[in-house]
Design a protein around this ligand. Structure first.
Ligand SMILES: Nc1ncnc2c1ncn2[C@@H]1O[C@H](COP(=O)(O)OP(=O)(O)OP(=O)(O)O)[C@@H](O)[C@H]1O
Ligand SMILES: [Mg+2]
Length: 530
């Protein structure tokens, strides 16, 4: 957290100035109590009224500073949160495909929401409370010094005890917050998965499972939060006890000083307020420091995302496709691809066939750069595939799986994916994917919403839209993983024929169902069963 605070040091320094303003005006206002009470004792009406007026002005200034402080704090906090989210998502964007999938999507969502909320409240808020309290305590001790040195000494002495008292509990606070963050992750992952499975559970009349498992997960989360509250309560009570002893002690010392006529009676109200400033701060300090420290495991978790800057290579003038030489691949001990030598030439059309589990998807994932831990050599465009950045590879290769993902948005959004393309290019790509006619017949054309993950489109239309994304980007290599498996015969043949029509595009198509019409147009059928 220190790093983030220092990164925004300018804004944080400005906030400190505002906090000093808030503290000073509050102390000055409370000092007016002394002159008011003394004026009353002496029967000096004019002094009483003047002091009252001064007090009012100080309080008005105090309100102004408080207003600034609240606004500024929120602005800095949001800036810092956005910065953390930016850093985190940048790392996720640079992590490997496998590393990314080592966590569930719900877990990442929890990092970006729950954890950030925890960092904002337990981390940033507590940090600013410590700073504000610290400024107010230091100024109060100096003010007490101006009354009598013994008051300042007493405050420092009691303060020392108060700070060191509940240190023992800090470790338990950190542990409790980590446990809550972990349970938050599990909860979000569980709930996201259950809701994503709505359709499946609906079909099996098992929707009540969503309720049952959410309640179980919620109870687990509740337990962890209760355990955390228990530790927090202990810390709060320890701090509050010290606070009470400190404030009463300070009043006793002031009372004694008044009795021996070293201080005026009016002083007692001011020292009461100042004592409040000091001991409230110190009494809460352990809790606040503990809260700040409890965010450390969250930051550590973000720091630990493994990523590497992608090797940047220039776009290729594409001359040839893939050449596999003695390529093998294992998942753990299990050999999936065994010493395979194979060419996939640019412009040609291949079908990958083989039993379920024979490694078809695995091979396509290797070619697509998702799996890089193979042995043997793969040349892509006559260059070692391992030396080619994923960026470069993906500029040429489109991977199309059984259920391509569509973003909630319009046809246009799903084609451009946020990049800039002219309407003419969009239409050309749609035409190439045999989708233009259908889209143009829709009243909203390119602006037609597709629904959540393309819910408003048919399976075949989704496939075509995904294909058009690739045509739009002039991909010269298209890898299709059973892209037509869940389409009706007519749509499947149409899509496969569309693929076969792409004269200078290399098509590698995994299929379980090799249709005669298509077989004739293929250059080679690669059987992975043997
Ligand atoms: N991430 C993984 N970790 C471990 N084993 C895996 C993983 N992915 C696949 N496998 C295993 O690798 C083998 C090959 O899987 P792959 O998905 O390549 O088969 P496939 O030929 O595409 O099968 P299908 O026709 O059923 O899609 C299978 O036995 C599978 O269990
Ligand atoms: Mg497969």
């Amino acid at each position: 957290m220190k790093r983030i605070i220092l990164y925004f040091w300018k804004e944080n320094a400005q906030l400190c100035l505002i906090l000093i303003g808030t503290s000073v005006t509050q102390i000055l206002a409370s000092l007016m109590n002394v002159s008011m009470l003394n004026a009353l004792i002496k029967g000096n009406t004019a002094l009483f009224v003047i002091s009252l007026g001064k007090m009012l002005s100080f309080y008005l200034l105090f309100l102004l500073f408080t207003y600034w402080q609240i606004q500024k704090t929120s602005r800095i906090k949001q800036k810092m949160s956005t910065h953390i989210r930016e850093e985190m998502t940048k790392k996720l964007a640079m992590t490997s495909y496998n590393e990314f999938h080592s966590h569930q999507v719900g877990t990442y969502a929890s990092w970006l929401t729950n954890d950030l909320t925890m960092i904002e409240s337990a981390g940033f808020d507590s940090f600013y409370q410590i700073i504000a309290g610290g400024i107010s305590a230091v100024l109060s001790i100096f003010t007490l010094l101006s009354f009598h040195w013994s008051l300042a000494v007493f405050s420092l002495f009691m303060g020392g005890i108060l700070i060191s008292l509940p240190k023992l509990l800090q470790k338990r606070m950190t542990a409790a917050s980590s446990a809550v963050a972990k349970e938050n992750e599990s909860f979000l992952a569980e709930v996201s998965e259950l809701l994503a499975g709505y359709d499946t559970l609906y079909v099996f009349h098992l929707l009540l499972m969503i309720v049952k498992r959410t309640v179980t997960a919620s109870k687990k989360l509740g337990n962890k939060k209760n355990q955390q509250a228990k530790v927090m309560a202990k810390v709060a009570i320890t701090g509050a006890s010290g606070n009470i002893v400190g404030q009463l002690g300070l009043l006793a010392v002031t009372g004694y000083l008044v009795l021996i006529e070293k201080l005026t009676v009016g002083s007692i109200t001011a020292t009461g307020n100042l004592g409040g400033n000091i001991f409230n701060t110190l009494g809460n300090l352990t809790q606040q420091i503990g809260a700040v420290q409890s965010t450390k495991p969250l930051f550590d978790k973000f720091e630990n995302i493994q990523y590497s800057k992608p090797i940047v290579t220039k776009p290729l003038p594409l001359k040839s496709g893939f050449e596999l030489k003695n390529v093998s691949f294992c998942y753990g001990e299990k050999k999936i691809i065994n010493n395979r030598t194979q060419q996939f030439q640019l412009g040609k059309k291949y079908a990958l066939i083989g039993n379920s589990g024979s490694g078809k998807t695995t091979l396509v994932n290797i070619l697509n750069g998702k799996l890089r831990e193979y042995t043997g050599t793969i040349l892509f465009n006559q260059q070692d595939l391992k030396t080619i950045s994923l960026d470069t590879l993906h500029q040429e290769v489109l991977y199309l799986d059984q259920s391509p993902y569509l973003f909630t948005g319009t046809v246009r959004d799903n084609l451009t994916l946020g990049e800039d393309y002219a309407d003419k290019d969009l239409q050309e790509a749609l035409a190439q994917a045999d989708l233009l006619e259908m889209i143009m017949k829709l009243p909203q054309g390119l602006e037609t919403p597709v629904g959540e993950n393309g819910r408003l489109f048919s399976g075949g239309q989704k496939q075509r839209l995904a294909l058009a994304r690739g045509f739009l980007r002039k991909k010269k290599i298209i890898l299709v993983d059973e892209g037509t498996a869940n389409l009706d015969e007519e749509s499947a043949v149409k899509i496969e024929q569309t693929l076969m029509k792409q004269t200078d595009v290399l098509i590698i198509m995994i299929t379980h169902h090799l249709r005669e019409k298509i077989r004739a147009e293929l250059d080679e059928i690669v059987d992975l069963s043997n």
